[in-house]
Design a protein around this ligand. Sequence first.
Ligand SMILES: Cc1ncc(COP(=O)(O)O)c(C=O)c1O
Length: 377
Amino acid sequence: MAKKNSLIRPLVHDLHAYVPGEQPKIKGLIKLNTNENPYPPSPKVLAAVRAAVDGRLRLYPNPTAEILRAKLAKLHSCRPENIIIGNGSDEVLALAVRAFVEPVSEGRVPRVPNQKKTGTRPSEVVQYFTPSYSLYPVLADIHGAAKNTVPLQPDFSMSGVPELRRGKKWNFNAALTFVTTPNAPSGRGYKTSELEKLCRAQKGVVVLDEAYVDFANENALKLALKFPHVLVARTFSKAYSLCFQRVGYFVGHAELVAALGKIRDSYNVNGLGQIAAEATLDDLKVYRANFKKIITTREWLSRELTKLGFRVLPSQSNFLLAKPPLFPAQEWLQKLRGQKILVRWFSAPEVSDYLRITIGTPAEAAALVQAVRRLSR
Ligand SMILES: Cc1ncc(COP(=O)(O)O)c(C=O)c1O
C-alpha cells in the first residue's frame, strides 16, 4: 500500500481511476477493443475541420455550443434549452453526479445498499445495474457518493419494477440512476416501454445512457422530453466516428439542463469538436449508411463466431459479447493479441468469461475469424 501523501485528499488517494481500453503505440494492429467506429468521418466533416484550422484557433470557442445545440434541437424536435453539450458524454455523466447527488457527509463511509445500517441517504446514492458502463462507479467515488448496484439477470435483461421492488435492493428514491441502454458491455437492447416503467417508478434523476443507440432497434429519447427527471445521453464518439473530438450531450428538461450548465467549465466543448459535430449533422446520410454496414458485419461476425463454438449474445450495439470455447477468455485476449488483434476483456465476475469485440470493417471481422480458426486448431 502506497504511503499516503497528506497533500492529497484521502478520497483521491484511495481512488481507482477509470481504465480506458488500450490505444496501442505500435502500428498494424486490428483494433477491436474500444468500440470506435471503423469508418472515418465523412469527407465533408474532414473538410469542415480542415477549413477551421486557421487564425481563429487563438479565440475561445462558443461557450454554449449554440449552433450545435440548435442543430441537435432540430434533429430531436426539442428546444436548444433541452440540450447540454459536453467534452464527450463522459463529461455530462460526471456533471450529473455533481449536480444531482450529495456527497456522503464527512465521517460517514459511502457504503450501500443497506441504508439502515450505514445511514446512507437516498440523496447520496448513485445507482446502476451491473454490469454496465464501468465509469459510473468511478464517477460516484470521485464525488464521494454512495453506490447502489443491482445485478442484471444472467441474460443481461433488466428486472421489471415489481421484481425490483420484491428484491428490496433497488432504491426507487436514489438521487441518480444510470441505465446503459443498449447495455454495455453485453450489447443487450431494452424496450422503451420497459425503460418507461422504470423511469415512472424512480423519484430521482434517471440518465438513460444511449451511447450505442444508433445500432439498436429503438431509442428512448421521447422519455427525456416527456419526464422532468429523465435525461438521455448521446455521443458523437461511436456512431459518428468522432471519438477524437470528444463531443457528447444530454437531452432533457430545461431545468435539469440549466442546472448542469451552471457547473460545467465555461468552454467545455472545444471549437474544432463543435465544428466537426455540426458538419456531422449536415451529413447524416453517410453515417446512417455506416450504421447499416456495421450492423450487417455484426450479424455476420456473430454467425461465424457461433460456428466456431463461441456463445455470442444478441447485440444491439457496435460490439459483441462472446464467451469463447477451448481457453479462458483472458487467454484468448493474449492469444489474439499475438495475432495482432486487440479485443477487450473485463475482470468483473459477471463478464470475465467473455470477450467484448468491437465491430470493425468486414475485412477486420474476417481477419478475426481467420485468427480464431488458427488458434482453435
Ligand atoms: C455506455 C457508454 N457511455 C458513454 C461513453 C462515453 O463516450 P464519450 O465520452 O466518448 O462520449 C462510453 C464510451 O465507451 C460508453 O461505453
